[in-house]
Structure formats: C-alpha cells, structure tokens
Design a protein around this ligand. Structure first.
Ligand SMILES: NC(=O)C1=CN([C@@H]2O[C@H](COP(=O)(O)OP(=O)(O)OC[C@H]3O[C@@H](n4cnc5c(N)ncnc54)[C@H](OP(=O)(O)O)[C@@H]3O)[C@@H](O)[C@H]2O)C=CC1
Ligand SMILES: CC(C)(CO)C(=O)C(=O)O
Length: 318
C-alpha cells in the first residue's frame, strides 16, 4: 500500500475540515498520524474523528493520536498545516516543537504568499511546501467532518535547504506519494506561486461573494447578476496573474465556472468562518494578490471593492 516510500511520521497542525479529512485518509492508509487540536481536543480524544464523505462513505478514526500541546507530539517528518492562514505566524512554536530534523512543512491552505510569514520564523533546515486542496469539506461539529466532493491535493516546493531543483522535486514527489498512497489524487506543481494565483480564480469570487451576498454556489450560479459578477471577478484575477508574469491557460476561468455548475451546493470555507465569527482569510485571498498586482502596475477595482466590503464585514463580525 505504501509503495516504495518509507513510513514517515505525519503531524497535522490544525485539525479542522482539511487537516481532519486528509489526516483520517492518511491514517486509514496505515500512516502514523498525530493530530494537534485546539477547541475540539476533548471531543476528538473522547469520540475520535468522523468523516461523512459523499465519495468514500462514512469513515471513523477512533482512537485518534490527539494532542492539545505540540510539545507532546513525536518528531514528525511531515507536518501538514490545516489551520487558517490568519493564524500562520502564531503556529511557528508548534511546528518547531513537532518537527523532526529536516521535516517538511506542507501548508494546505488557499491564498497567495501564505508561506512567507511562517518561513521567516522557521530555520532553513525545515522545508516549506504549499499544498492546494481542490475539495469541498467542512466541519459539521466537534470532530465531525462532512466531505461533499472532490479531494485532490497539488504539492509545490516553497523554500528550505534543498540543494537544487532536483532535490526539491524529490521532496515534492514524496509528498505526492503520501496522498496517492491514501487514495487521494495528487500532482506535483512546478510553479507554486503561479498555481496559487490560478486557484484564486475560484476563491476570489466565490469565497467573498458567499459572505457578502449570504449565498452558496447554487444560488450564486442561478442568478444572472451574480453570474456576471463572478465572471467579471474571475477575469480580473486572470488579469492580475498575467500582470504578475504568470500563465493562466486559455479558457481556465470558463472551465472553473462550468465545474462549479456541476458541483453540489457548496458554502466556501470563508462563509463558515463568517458564520462562526472567526477572522476571514482576507489578506491571503485578497490583500496579497491586490498588492502584488498593484506592484506590477495593475489595478483590480472589482476585487478591491469586494476586499473593502469584506474587510468592513470582518471587523464588525469578530
Ligand atoms: N474547507 C475546504 O473545503 C477548503 C479549505 N481550503 C483552505 O484550507 C485551509 C483550512 O481550511 P479549513 O479546514 O476549512 O478550516 P477549519 O476552520 O475547518 O480548520 C482550521 C483548524 O485549525 C485549528 N487551529 C487554528 N489555530 C490553531 C492552533 N494554534 N493550534 C491548534 N489548532 C489550531 C482550528 O482549531 P479551532 O477549532 O480551535 O479554531 C481548526 O480546527 C484554509 O486556508 C482554507 O482556505 C482549501 C480548499 C478547500
Ligand atoms: C471549491 C474548490 C474545489 C475550488 O477550487 C476549493 O478547493 C475551495 O473551496 O477552495
């Protein structure tokens, strides 16, 4: 089942929807997975993790190797960060406590440049990677996760002590192999930064509009006005990516638009944050791309208006 790769110890830093889902899949595939939790620690330590997955069926992991303090975790070869980007800078002590020498820290997060604030706080000997998750998953309650659709993880190297490109590729392939061994579609990304821009073509319109308009994907796709707004926002993201020197395949926005029409009705993770009065990932999903585009001489007025509206909502909500 493990193929040719050694059995790394895996730590999940932030066991929410993403961390919980991928952690359970990896544990079920036989990996030694340790889960760091915060508010849901007691519930998970007592009842385990439950994933209700439309594609895979009901899955339960019980007992769970659950921790409320990273210092109690064993040294982990891979650390999968499943916390929101809003807490990245605060996670460094936990990562340092749980990392084995030369560990790979994989940020399973949306947004641009999300690795940077953590990178500054970690030694060069730890490799930092980015993981883009194409999945519809959310927390239903403490330790209970609903997986509606999709699931792929694309992995790219960010920074660290890899001697050269070939060495970083080996690390990325190891990450890809972990997910594949757990039955998850996974691919290596040659250009992490570009791939982050491309994923924003989806997240910039849908995450923000779900909060601003209080609507999930089905009503957003059923209304002529929101459809036009989504298309216009997508076009601006593509414009920003190109201004920053990245490729976006022809027809990419149209493709994402059509994929969304076929998806089950979905509330993006930003809406769940809004609902639970948690900070929204505005800097990673809006602030950073807007700043990068501006630095390249490109104004994105619709995205800017959405960002300012969401910032207003966020300040009143948290
Ligand atoms: N959900 C989805 O379908 C998708 C999400 N993403 C991205 O994945 C990332 C994670 O999202 P998601 O899983 O939905 O988020 P969740 O809110 O479900 O999970 C975040 C988890 O991190 C925990 N956490 C935060 N800070 C700490 C800390 N200091 N110590 C321990 N645990 C901590 C939270 O604990 P607590 O309960 O205490 O807050 C929570 O369990 C985001 O960047 C999101 O944009 C990408 C694609 C799809
Ligand atoms: C909905 C989907 C699949 C879009 O890529 C997603 O991954 C997200 O919510 O970030």
């Amino acid at each position: 089942m493990m193929g040719t790769i050694a059995r790394p110890t895996i730590g999940i830093i932030g066991t929410g929807a993403i961390g919980g889902f991928y952690g359970v899949m990896l544990a079920r595939a036989g990996f030694d997975v340790h889960f760091l939790l915060r508010s849901e620690f007691s519930a998970v330590a007592e009842h385990g993790l439950q994933v209700d997955s439309a594609p895979f069926g009901a899955m339960t992991l019980n007992p769970v190797q659950a921790y409320s303090n990273a210092a109690d975790m064993p040294p982990c070869d891979w650390l999968l960060v499943g916390a929101k980007t809003t807490s990245n800078a605060d996670l460094a002590p936990a990562i340092l406590a749980a990392a084995a020498p030369g560990a790979k820290v994989l940020l399973l997060q949306n947004g641009l440049d999300v690795e940077d604030s953590l990178r500054e706080l970690l030694p060069d000997s730890l490799h930092v990677l980015g993981g883009l998750c194409y999945i519809c998953v959310h927390r239903e309650g403490p330790g209970v996760i609903t997986h509606q659709a999709l699931g792929a993880v694309h992995v790219g190297y960010h920074s660290g002590s890899a001697a050269d490109e070939a060495a970083s590729k080996v690390i990325v392939e190891e990450g890809v192999s972990l997910f594949r061994a757990a039955g998850i579609d996974s691919q290596a990304m040659a250009n992490l930064h570009q791939a982050r821009w491309q994923k924003l073509v989806w997240n910039i319109p849908y995450n923000g509009l779900s909060v601003l308009l209080g609507a999930s994907t089905t009503p957003l796709m059923a209304n002529a006005d929101s459809r036009e707004l989504i298309k216009a926002l997508m076009a601006e993201v593509v414009q920003g990516a190109i201004a920053c020197g990245h490729d976006v395949p022809a027809g990419y926005a149209e493709h994402l638009f059509m994929v969304t029409e076929k998806m089950p009705d979905y509330w993006p993770s930003m809406y769940h944050d809004y609902l639970h009065k948690r900070p929204l990932e505005l800097d990673a999903i809006y602030g950073k791309p807007l700043a990068a585009a501006k630095a390249a001489g490109c104004e994105l007025p619709r995205i800017e208006a959405l960002y300012r509206s969401l910032s207003f909502i966020d300040r009143r909500n948290t």
